[in-house]
Structures are given as C-alpha cells and as structure tokens.
Write a protein that binds this ligand. Structure first.
Ligand code: F6P
Length: 214
C-alpha cells in the first residue's frame, strides 16, 4: 500500500447521545462531514499531487449504516490506470470485519448506564480494556483477530485505500501501522471529523491529520 486514509463515520445519533454500538444514522453534523469528506476525496485523496490527475483509490466501509452513509457522496467514476484498465474509483467494499467492537449486553447503553447496571463488568474493563470481553460481545483481542486478514490485504495493495470505520476498529488499524503496542491501542482516541493519512515506510510511518469539520 502507498497510503491509508482512516476516517470515522460522521457523528451518529448514538454518538450524540453517548450511547455505544447500535446501527443508528447520522446527525446533521455527521451528514455535513460526509459531504466534506466527499469534497476532500475529490480534491485531494484521488488526485496525483504532481499533475492533479485522477488516481485510483479503494474504499472500504463497515456493514453498519453510519459508515455507508458517510461514504455515500464519494464519487465513483471510471478512472484510467497505468495499465490501461478501467478502475471504478471508490467502488465501496462493505466489510463486516470492519464493524465496531460489539458490546453484547451493553450494546446501545451509555457508559454511565453500564456502570450502574454492571458495576463489576465496568471495573473489569477499566482494569484491562484490551482483553476484556463484553458479556455476549467482543474484546479488543477478538477484534484484532478479525482485522488480521484485512491488514494483510492492506499491506499487499498498490493503491491508496480510504477506510470509513469506527473508533474501536480504527484505533487498532492505526496502532498496527503506526507501530504502537496493543495495550496503547485500546485507549487511543480517534477523533470524529478528521481524516488521518498514514504512509508506512520501511522503518516508520508518516502521519498527517486533516480536520474537515468542527
Ligand atoms: O462511542 C463510539 C464507539 O464507537 C462505540 O460504538 C464503541 O463501543 C466505542 O466507541 C469504543 O470505544 P471504547 O472501547 O473506548 O469504549
């Protein structure tokens, strides 16, 4: 891969209420971000910086509404590639393995509600977020396992990739390419309204961040 662009979905209804998980749609702010992301992709991500020509970029989303809605304004026209083959720009690939960490019995709750209803669970998670598994849900280690084949694929690509994902999965992908420990990964903050561009090199990784919306 050349560069990997990471973006969370635009603000979801659940985000705005502090609820985790679910499959809600976007708030007006989330929708505004979706439009800015499309504009940024058209102007920057899909352009060769030297000659401004369109260059092929892949697009991955999760299977949840909020990432698909965030990606839906991205243009997917045909683009000529070096080999003369037609490339469908940003043809969305929907990957369930990119879905957000599943919180099981806590899905749809706020952190306050979880603390009140399941104080022991709340404490266990606080003590070891990486290996903690939500009852009937997932741990970060579970998510690392299902992301592994995707990371392998990313490493084999020759085109840039835009991933519209979720805080939990993106922090793991980020940590992998930025060379951070797993323990650090689980507590990283991946902000909304921001595109993170990672360009892995042999011994390090170049990082740029662009805030697209306040
Ligand atoms: O709050 C948004 C969200 O994507 C939730 O759906 C998810 O459970 C959470 O972030 C993951 O963050 P943390 O592991 O820090 O609770």
């Amino acid at each position: 891969t050349c560069s990997i662009y990471l973006s969370r979905h635009g603000q979801s209804e659940y985000n705005s209420h502090g609820k985790i998980g679910g499959d809600s749609g976007l708030t007006p702010m989330g929708e505004a971000y979706a439009q800015k992301l499309a504009e940024f992709a058209d102007r920057v991500i899909t352009r060769d910086p030297e000659n401004g020509e369109a260059r092929p970029v892949r697009l991955w989303t999760s299977s949840l509404q909020r990432t698909k809605l965030t990606a839906r304004h991205l243009k997917h026209d045909k683009v000529k590639t070096g080999g003369g083959k037609d490339w469908i720009q940003m043809a969305p690939r929907v990957l369930r393995n990119l879905d957000e960490i599943y919180a099981g019995v806590c899905d749809g709750m706020t952190y306050e509600e979880i603390r009140a209803a399941y104080p022991r669970e709340y404490e266990l998670r606080r003590q070891n977020k990486l290996s903690y598994r939500y009852p009937r849900g997932e741990s970060y280690l579970d998510v690392i396992a299902r992301l592994d084949p995707l990371v392998q694929e990313l490493e084999s690509y020759r085109e840039d990739v835009l991933i519209v994902g979720h805080q939990g999965v993106l922090r793991l992908i980020y940590a992998y390419f930025a060379g951070l420990d797993r323990d650090e990964a689980a507590t990283l903050s991946i902000p909304l309204n921001t595109v993170i561009k990672l360009t892995p090199r042999t011994h390090d990784c170049i990082e740029e961040r662009v805030l697209l919306h306040d």
